[in-house]
Write a protein of this length. Structure first.
Lengths: 257, 254
């Protein structure tokens, strides 16, 4: 038992799950992503069509968001809440700086503190039971008790994909759209298949992050919203210790062999 | 009022409050000047990364866009401009003045007789679209060297024939400013040909700026006068360009 752990009267145990630094980074990141999404949709409203390649094939867009008259994305979804590309860009590029610096600080921390290895990397054991975990999740059964002390394998993998693939991809596709950066990082433009492809990928990646957000929130609701919310605000997370017979976790199966 | 009703109403009220709060924040002067820091960070970092001479990518003939969209003014509909256009810009002269040793007046023929550069480049509009075209013109650096910049010169201003939107304060004529790093860049052209033909009226006839490492709105069309200046706070509304005066970034490398 680590020192940062206390029993509750109802038999549960609370332990310190998220260090202060992680909580701060998480919430800065959450606010940044919301502002980036809304200012991003404001920018997209200025030309709500996506293409593949270097240039815009105006008569053959990959996606055309505008159906009929009016803006493609409504006032409640954009920042600011009226048509204003200049302000949208101002918000987007300011928040992008905060987002990048926040993300870099986290990346340094998570590697240097060993948290990446300890907390976020799936164990070999977990990877072997990946299939079981997927089945359990599809049945909306989430790990409880001692097993909830660490992230489960799907949780770890999705965090890793978001933090080390989707968010960096967001930054790189964004940079590729900059005509200035294109003079220095044209290789990146080539990798993404052209500036308009990078713009399309920027949007699709944003959509993937929104999808992650939806699943993230649903998982919190299913796993106990108060407990989850308390842990990301105060750091303290409650579990009910002891063997959980009804939802025999893969680890236990392994032990009884 | 039952509980569901109450919940719905309070949610709607909270939403409306959040929205109007957002709008108030987005309109606040202090918030906007804070957001402007990002522009100087971006400019600073890009200046370090790009240096003076990093070139914008150039493309081949087969990459040229079939349709090259024209934004902003597509025909400066003034009597003076129409008269010039009618005569195929035979009477047009580019004025080069301001902080220069030798003010110049250059006809299209004068410009065509100076050394030229041809480049096939991608034009990125602030709205998000891109088109590729072939441009031929005189390097701005060649013209400025011929005129001889005075040491106090810090920026180059471009005065255009078009008034995009005449405002009550008398501003609205298109203009742009760039610094000397961009002015001396090898791809910065005063372009007179587009896709092997004289630049057409929609794309800025008879002369437009090409500034390949920045967005389209920096590339002034219908350029009538080029002037070397020390600062741009007295031009237009003081932000360094028509769109800059309307909230867009002066540094448009992003």
């Amino acid at each position: 038992m680590s020192k940062a752990e206390y029993p509750l009267p109802d038999g549960r145990v609370v332990f310190y799950r998220h260090p202060l630094f992680v909580r701060i980074v998480h919430w800065i990141n959450a606010v940044c992503l919301l502002l980036l999404l809304m200012s991003g949709l404001q920018i997209l409203n200025a030309h709500p069509a996506l293409y593949w390649g270097q240039v815009s094939t105006f008569d053959q867009p990959f996606i055309n968001f505008r159906s009929g008259e009016g803006a493609a994305f409504p006032a409640w979804a954009i920042l600011p809440g009226w048509q204003d590309l200049a302000s949208g860009r101002r918000w987007h590029f300011f928040v992008a700086w905060v987002f990048v610096l926040n993300g870099l600080a986290y990346a340094v921390y998570v590697v240097a503190s060993g948290r990446l290895r300890r907390t976020l990397s799936p164990t070999r054991e977990q990877l072997r039971h990946l299939g079981d975990s997927i089945v359990e999740h599809l049945k909306l059964r989430f790990p409880h008790g001692e097993e909830a002390r660490q992230y489960n394998v799907l949780q770890k993998l999705s965090y890793l994909v978001v933090m080390f693939f989707l968010l960096p991809l967001m930054i790189l596709t964004g940079l590729t759209m900059s005509p200035g950066m294109d003079a220095r990082l044209h290789l990146l433009t080539e990798v993404f298949g052209g500036r308009q492809s990078a713009r399309t990928l920027h949007f699709l990646t944003a959509a993937a992050i929104v999808l992650f957000f939806v699943i993230h929130v649903l998982a919190i609701l299913a796993a106990g919203p108060l407990n989850e919310m308390r842990s990301i605000v105060t750091g303290w997370f409650a579990i009910r210790p002891g063997p959980t017979v009804s939802r025999a976790p893969p680890v236990h199966k392994e032990l009884t062999k | 009022m039952n509980r569901r009703n109450w919940l719905q109403r309070s949610l709607a009220a909270a939403g409306a409050l959040a929205l109007s709060g957002c709008d108030r924040i987005a309109q606040s002067e202090r918030v906007n000047s804070t957001l402007d820091w990002a522009e100087s960070w971006t400019r600073g970092v890009q200046r370090v990364l790009l240096g003076r001479n990093a070139l914008a990518p150039e493309y081949s003939e087969k990459d040229i866009s079939r349709e090259f969209r024209a934004n902003g003014t597509t025909h400066p509909d003034t009597d003076e401009y129409n008269a010039l256009a009618q005569a195929n810009f035979a009477g047009w002269k580019l004025v080069v003045d301001g902080l220069v040793e030798r003010p110049l007046q250059l006809s299209l023929n004068d410009l065509r007789q100076m050394p030229s550069r041809t480049q096939i480049t991608r034009h990125d509009c602030v709205e998000g679209w891109s088109c590729i075209a072939k441009w031929r013109g005189t390097r701005l650096s060649t013209v400025l060297q011929r005129a001889g910049l005075k040491p106090q010169a810090r920026y180059i201003a471009f005065y255009c024939a078009d008034t995009l939107e005449l405002a009550l304060d008398g501003t609205g004529q298109y203009y742009e400013t760039i610094d000397l790093i961009d002015a001396m860049h090898p791809q910065t052209l005063l372009a007179y040909d587009m896709n092997d033909r004289p630049v057409d009226i929609a794309h800025g006839a008879p002369l437009r700026l090409r500034l390949e490492r920045q967005l389209g709105y920096k590339m002034a069309k219908y350029v009538m006068r080029v002037a070397a200046i020390t600062d741009f706070t007295k031009l237009g509304r003081g932000k360094g360009g028509y769109w800059e005066d309307r909230g867009y970034q002066w540094y448009a490398g992003i």
